[in-house]
Design a protein around this ligand. Structure first.
Ligand code: AGP
Length: 643
């Protein structure tokens, strides 16, 4: 979703901002803009569509300034348009802001500000921020000039009382004005602001929406996402909720705010691992296919070092054996693909550890007053680590006294920082909006968690653990095997490409895989797809089946294989065009399916790790045949930072 970038230093800001915005593109957006200080004024340029469009329009503005802010917008309040794109300017054009998040009381604030004479140019919730800062700034500037006059009259004026030369470490007028403005806001925000009268300065504020700041030899950078920060930065400060930061060309200060008192604090810092952040698609046509092919590596990396001396360890869980033993319920919260990984985990946790496990989409969990006690282990799964609903659910669970364990792909992300313990999925940066390799990382991590819980409850003995771990490790080679030959997938894609709708079915593990397969297809090909536990077909969905209707069945070897086979037959008799994912050696299924995609034989518990691969390939193939944008599907964002 929306992204923020800012730079102040000794280089022209515009190219640095554009480079940062390009790195934010993967998050999904529909307009973009930058504002750069040019002498004593601020020049803002906004465009709808791609960053390339914005970049093409820049030469006519001859931007040379070395301080600026930029933004990619994913429309929430107001259509995608130049007027609604950020940066937003104050009425006199002297202040510019960019904002990520949602201002919930924007309508009320807009009404008050309009009554006070402010003119709004956009339909966004964000624009109230710049007008609030404008009011606060003029009030503070007036007070400061009165103080200066008084000091002049009394002959007591010292350099540090000047409005333009604040004491090092004291907040500037802009920082104070931003802080005052935030006091009126309800909602979530990451804000960067500039004012023409304080050249070279950027002020940032955050609540529930990330911002990181890093220093390089040529200036100071700020961004909403570490991957957008210049490569010249090796360590970033992570702004905490409620903090305000002030950047100039050489340094930055961070303040905590209590009422109207701003106190300088040392921010939390984080070293950047650029290897995990490489966004290069190499020889591949798009990031999605590259990321699908990375899955064997993800499995190996996620498992590395986990099983030593006959015991499985997840030290990041930060729970002692005794604490693990006290867990009497597991509650997994997640959204989208991460939710589907959680559905698989439920089967494993209940099956192996015999601990009741609930799985719930975070957006429901957070508004439901769920039963969570100190003996509940809450597991939050999120690739991006910044999904707004998942974060809100984490906060709720912690208030209720539960231990929260995060599973995320992004180092230092809000989910990682707000959880009691965290497993990183080792997928490395995932660029395609449709999650593939991070799903695999989540599956493997959740499998390890289920095994650990079973181990601590004494339900899995050392020999069983060893065998399971070895079979789990083998899935990497099996995934490689599947990826070697995609001809059958391609034939199935050709058969599905002109359909208007498709149905995915499976049972047990296969039901979760079917859900994820249907989501992938919808996301990238815009073909309507539904997933049902195969046993539910007769309770309604079978009415949709007509000759040629694509039915994609996950029919791998499992205790319910025969049942799935009968469900396939029921659909086939009604004319469905069946694509089956089946286990190598299963030739019987050919009698009932039009297309069979075989995958290596694997224990049912681990089948989602391999069975999802042909469905990811199928979704992408169909999308290609339908001429869709593979990596950036319409309307979708990589990080869903608003609810
Ligand atoms: C996956 O392909 C989707 N892009 C989406 O469903 C995603 O999984 C969901 O938004 C959750 O994101 P998260 O894992 O970053 O929290």
């Amino acid at each position: 979703m929306c992204g923020i970038i800012g730079y102040t230093g000794n280089r022209p800001a515009a190219p640095i901002l554009i480079e940062g915005l390009k790195r934010l593109e993967y998050r999904g957006y529909d307009s973009a803009g930058i504002a750069v200080e040019e002498g004593d004024r601020i020049q803002s340029v906004c465009r709808t569509g791609k960053i390339a469009e914005l970049e093409r329009s820049l030469p006519q503005f001859h931007l040379t300034g070395s301080c600026g802010i930029g933004h990619t917008r994913w429309a929430t309040h107001g259509v995608p348009s130049e007027a609604n794109a950020h940066p937003h300017l104050s009425c006199d054009g002297s202040i510019a802001i960019v904002h990520n998040g949602i201002i919930e009381n924007h309508a009320e604030l807009r009404r008050i500000l309009e009554e006070r004479g402010h003119t709004f140019l956009s339909q966004t919730d964000s624009e109230v921020i710049v007008h609030l800062i404008e009011d606060a700034y003029s009030m503070l500037a007036f007070e400061a000039s009165e103080d200066d006059d008084l000091a002049d009259a009394e002959g007591k004026r010292t350099p540090h009382t000047s409005t333009s030369e604040m004491l090092a470490g004291e907040p500037s007028l802009l920082a104070q004005a931003v802080s005052m403005a935030c006091g009126f806001l309800i909602g979530s925000w990451a804000i960067c602001a500039m004012v023409a009268s304080e050249p070279g300065k950027i002020v940032c504020a955050r609540k529930e929406s990330p911002l990181v700041i890093g220093r390089a030899a040529t200036g100071v950078h700020v961004a909403s996402d570490v991957s957008a920060i210049s490569d010249a930065v090796s360590e970033v400060a992570v702004l905490a909720d409620g903090q305000i930061a002030e950047l100039d060309a050489r340094m930055f200060n961070v303040f905590s705010v209590a009422g109207d008192v701003m106190t300088r604090v040392n921010p939390e810092t984080m070293k950047l691992d650029r290897r995990a952040d490489v966004a290069d698609r190499g020889q591949y046509a798009d990031f999605m296919i590259k990321e699908i092919h990375e899955q064997p590596r993800v499995i190996r990396d996620t498992l590395e070092g986990r099983f030593d001396g006959g015991e499985l360890t997840i030290s990041e869980l930060a729970l002692t054996h005794e604490e693990l033993n006290l867990i009497d319920r597991v509650c997994i919260i997640a959204c989208g693909t991460s939710y589907h990984a959680a559905l698989v985990a439920k089967n494993l946790i209940e099956g192996w550890a015999r601990i009741p496990c609930e799985v719930e989409v975070a957006s429901e969990f957070r508004y439901r007053d769920p039963i969570v006690t100190p003996s509940t282990l809450v597991v939050a799964v999120s690739q991006s680590g910044e999904t707004a609903d998942t974060l809100a659910a984490i906060r709720d669970a912690r208030i209720k006294g539960a231990k929260v364990f995060g599973i995320t792909n992004v180092l230092g992300s809000p989910v990682a920082r707000e959880s009691d313990g965290v497993i990183y999925t080792k997928a490395n940066k995932e660029v395609a909006v449709a999650s593939t390799k991070s799903f695999t990382g989540q599956l493997v991590s959740l499998t390890l968690l289920a095994m650990l819980l079973a181990q601590s409850k004494g339900r899995l003995k050392q020999a069983q653990m060893r065998m399971l771990f070895s079979e789990l490790s083998n899935t990497a080679a099996q995934a490689e095997e599947i990826l070697k030959d995609a001809d059958d997938v391609h034939r199935a894609a050709l058969a599905c490409k002109d359909a208007r709708s498709a149905m995915f079915i499976g049972r047990g593990m296969g039901a979760a895989v079917a859900e994820e397969g249907a989501l992938k297809l919808k996301e990238v090909s815009y073909l309507h797809a539904e997933a049902y536990p195969a046993g539910e077909m007769k309770h309604g969905p079978i009415a949709l089946i007509e000759p040629g209707f694509p039915l994609i069945a996950v029919a791998t070897e499992s205790p319910t294989y025969e049942k799935v086979l009968s469900n396939i037959q029921e659909a086939k008799t009604r004319g469905a065009m069946v694509v089956a994912i089946a286990t190598e050696g299963d030739e019987r299924i050919r009698e009932h399916a039009d297309h069979v995609i075989h995958i290596p034989k694997v224990r049912d518990a681990f089948s989602p790790i391999t069975a999802i691969i042909p469905l990811q390939l199928l979704a992408r193939d169909i999308a290609l045949l339908r001429g869709c944008n593979i990596d950036q599907p319409r309307n979708l964002a990589k990080s869903v930072t608003v609810e």
